[in-house]
Design a protein around this ligand. Sequence first.
Ligand code: ADP
Length: 449
Amino acid sequence: MIRPIKKVLVANRGEIAVRIIRTLKDMGIRSVAIFSDVDRDSLHVQIADESICIGPKNVKDSYLNKVQIINAALVTGADAIHPGFGFLSENSSFAKLCEIYEIKFIGPSSRLISLMGDKEEAKRLMKEAGLPVVEGSETVVENIELAKIICEQIGYPIIIKARSGGGGKGMRLVREGQDLESAFMSARKEAENAFGDKEVYIEKYIDDPRHIEVQILADEHGNVVHLGSRDCSIQMNHQKIIEEAPATSIRDETMNYLYDMATRAAKYVGYTNAGTIEFLVDKDGKAYFMEMNTRIQVEHPVTEMITGIDIIREQINIASMEKLAYEQKDITFTGHAIECRINAYDEDNNFMPSVGRIEGLNIPGGYGVRIDSSIYQGYMVLPFYDSMLVKLIAYGKDRKNAIDIMKRALDEFVIDGIKTNIGFNKEIMRDEVFVANEHTTSYLQGKRR
Ligand code: ADP
């Protein structure tokens, strides 16, 4: 039975909140924005049909305040919540609260979020489903003695990863045994500070891989399709910087195998809504499952450009209990898309966040340019939140064409009043190794060392 959604509360801010509200408008669904008391002037608040303040500037008391957000949904009569990415998007207890209050959480069930959010459990399940996983500790490694034994078994190099990790935090690469102890201790400390969970596990480190991911959509009737590949190998400190679709450096045979694995994984766990299965592919084309993200991702627009499918719309349709409107054979891929994340960064000062008023703004446009943005002239960039302001997406008939369009768009882009990483993105678009599509996840790291 289809349960139409009439009003959605968007439990986020910035670019992704704007992005979601736009699709809600396209679908004729009412939107509710939430905001902290310093975010009153933000674009997502201005374009939503309704808005409601949910607390003070610190995220713990506002954008992460589960009870307050549920209250906001009840008060405004929203029948669904879209969590976006970050904040509460992968918080299973928030999804559980939505279930209890019968507010549709636009994403998978709380049970699935909690299964896939535990990296250890996710790896175990995926292994069971038949996916290739990276060799490593089966459970968290609680002390250095155990860590030493495991590392001797799997052989160096190894990578220490936080159980509750995200955004590359709590990760340490160890090439030799003598460095293990200090890396182990510092990874645990960083994980404790960032996630309130110090537990880490250990994996074999795959040297110079590509980061390849598969977007999937699964409805609540057991149908699963994939929307192709993305390559997110341009990274700094294990964090994505530039993403593209499709992943043209990977052989068709390998890619077809990853599509099979991704849809198999989704079916095996009974996944619903939009999700992403992330893999590493080494130089010999051998693939390893890394993790599954149970939410919309920052880089989803590149997939939208090459498939012509609005993924947010699909998420809402799925949450309304609709069946997927197409089968795998109906999904086709045309052209190439690249996304640059435009952040308020000071490139000359170790990429420290930059804050202040946007005094002057020239947004690029023209053939093949898409802007997903949260800024406007006069907007005040605040120090309390993520520094990503704009996603600039270039779409061309092939990779070279997309790069040329991106170069032109970056050259036209002016943001005065704050510092940004536009210059850095321009450098990458002109980098020979990137242009030749020969980079790996460690490429930028090596260049900047
Ligand atoms: P997070 O959840 O913190 O984003 P991920 O598990 O998604 O962490 O990994 C982020 C990045 O870290 C990957 O894209 C890759 O560059 C690197 N990485 C993670 N695991 C490994 C590994 N076993 N070998 C080599 N690189 C890895």
